[in-house]
Design a binder for this molecule. Structure first.
Ligand code: GLU
Length: 475
């Protein structure tokens, strides 16, 4: 036995739209498989469909991949630029008798399909030029078709789907080169995979049927067969095909609109269709160590935004505070309608350790951070208003206001003072702490009250209490 070739995988998106969540998962699986085996993960942009491919889509795909750290090796291969090579391969097949010229006109093929439809037989090219002398075609335009095998069967030992067998006669002689000399998609995939040294084709199972046609071509060329793994598509939580309604958005929407962290999206996508025991949170490092094709499920995976959000909350808690300030600052600036000052950022940074424990996405984190940076008088949400409208609230807040004017401004001193007010009034700490929290944060929930007071500073905190004491009760 010769040495096993190093593993080479590839992700081959068609640049007709954004990088969607299914594509990102395919790319991730290819990356992890290659890294697990110490191999290479390549990127090929399948831009042969000139009418639908756009540079904006290429940029969006590369941007999405970079964001998710789906770092490919080498330069992306642009498929369209390789057309001459694709044509060259077809001419070698023609010379070897594995392909032939077909001069059938569009009208002729239409009539052929009409007759097949009437006879209720599958619509397939009937091989009318397979054994004809091409000289009969004269100067007429022609396509070049593969002389596909007949009469046998082809079995693919798919790493996910198992053995799948198709009778050769179910596949007709596909076109490789169109009459204008342009290569077909099926040809381009095979040639590019070969030239890129791809050993494992891991892609959506909507391509399983294509694999049989591609394999016939690979055999005609005498090239080594890649291993295949066709992964089930992602469905919505309700089991139907994933649509926009289910979150089939571009990955940029997960970053921008939904405020997810890339490591959370990666972790969620990994778990979507691949399992490693009960492990829910898996780092990239662990994923590389553990990933295998055998762990990919055969059933369609179900996309669940609530689960992704749960995973995101986990990674927010782990994220570095400075990084979170950077991520959340533009969102806060939008909400406040002003840029953040250095002092704002410093304050946010000090509060972040607690703020991030309660957030599930970056918008939520921005919203819950806002109270630190608001100018007085800060707005009160409904929960805060209710707390402050309680008949006992005014007296307690006023008591705290007076007590706090005196104390050392640190957490221990503040807590002792607030407790003192509660004890004197004969109420539990919460009875004082809640309206106080409402007064200084504008909300009934916030990070720890004493931390908030410390970070706001004496003047700001006392000012906010004064504002609350002078506000008109809401009827
Ligand atoms: N360009 C194809 C797609 O975007 C992928 C083809 C392949 O992976 O072989 O669906």
């Amino acid at each position: 036995m010769g040495a096993t070739p190093p593993v080479v995988t590839r992700f081959a998106p068609s640049p007709t739209g954004f990088l969607h969540i299914g594509g990102a998962r395919t790319a991730l699986f290819n990356l992890l498989f290659a890294r697990h085996h110490g191999g290479r993960f390549l990127l090929r942009i399948e831009d042969t469909d000139r009418a639908r491919s756009t540079q904006a889509a290429v940029d969006a795909i590369l941007d999405g991949m970079r964001w998710l750290a789906l770092d490919w090796d080498g330069e992306p291969v642009m498929q369209f630029a390789r057309s001459p090579r694709h044509a060259e391969v077809v001419h070698s097949l023609l010379a070897a008798g594995h392909a032939y010229k077909c001069f059938a006109t569009a009208d002729e093929l239409k009539a052929m399909r009409g007759a097949q439809r009437a006879a209720k037989v599958p619509l397939r090219y009937d091989g009318r030029w397979r054994d004809r002398d091409p000289a009969d075609g004269g100067d007429a335009p022609y396509v070049i078709r593969l002389r596909a095998p007949r009469g046998g069967t082809t079995t693919i030992a798919d790493a996910v789907q198992g053995n799948v067998t198709v009778a050769d006669d179910e596949l007709d002689d596909m076109v490789l080169l169109r009459s204008d000399g342009s290569p077909t998609y099926m040809l381009a995939v095979v040639v590019d995979d070969h030239d890129m040294g791809v050993t494992h084709v891991v892609r959506g199972d909507d391509h399983l049927n294509n694999a049989f046609r591609q394999l016939a071509l690979i055999e005609a060329l005498g090239w080594p067969e890649p291993a295949y793994a066709h992964i089930p598509l992602i469905h919505g939580a309700d089991g139907s095909k994933l649509s926009k309604r289910h979150g089939a958005l571009g990955v940029d929407a997960y970053r921008d609109a939904l405020g997810m962290l890339p490591e959370a999206v990666d972790n969620y996508l990994l778990k979507l269709g691949w399992g490693h025991g009960d492990d829910e949170f898996i780092s990239r490092e662990q994923a590389v160590e553990w990933f295998d094709l055998a762990g990919i499920g055969r059933g369609p995976a179900r996309f669940d935004l609530a689960k992704l959000t749960h995973v995101n909350a986990h990674y927010l808690r782990l994220a570095d505070d400075d990084r979170l300030v950077d991520l959340v600052a533009p969102r806060i600036a939008r909400l406040l309608d002003r840029p953040l000052t250095d002092a704002d950022r410093a304050l946010l940074r000090r509060g972040m350790g607690e703020l991030k424990l309660r957030a599930t996405d970056l918008d939520g984190l921005a919203a819950s951070s806002l109270f630190y940076l608001r100018s007085r008088p800060i707005p009160m949400d409904a929960g805060a208003q209710k707390l402050l409208d309680d008949p006992s609230a005014g007296g307690l807040v006023a008591g705290v206001r007076a007590a706090l004017a005196e104390v050392a401004w640190d957490a221990a001193g503040l807590e002792a003072a607030v407790r003192g007010v509660a004890d004197a009034a004969g109420v539990k700490l919460g009875k004082v702490a809640q309206p106080l929290r409402a007064a200084v944060t504008g909300s009934a929930t916030s990070p720890g009250l004493f931390e908030v007071l410390v970070l706001l500073g004496r003047d700001e905190a006392l000012g906010r209490m004064d504002d609350a004491l002078s506000r008109e009760p809401v009827a």
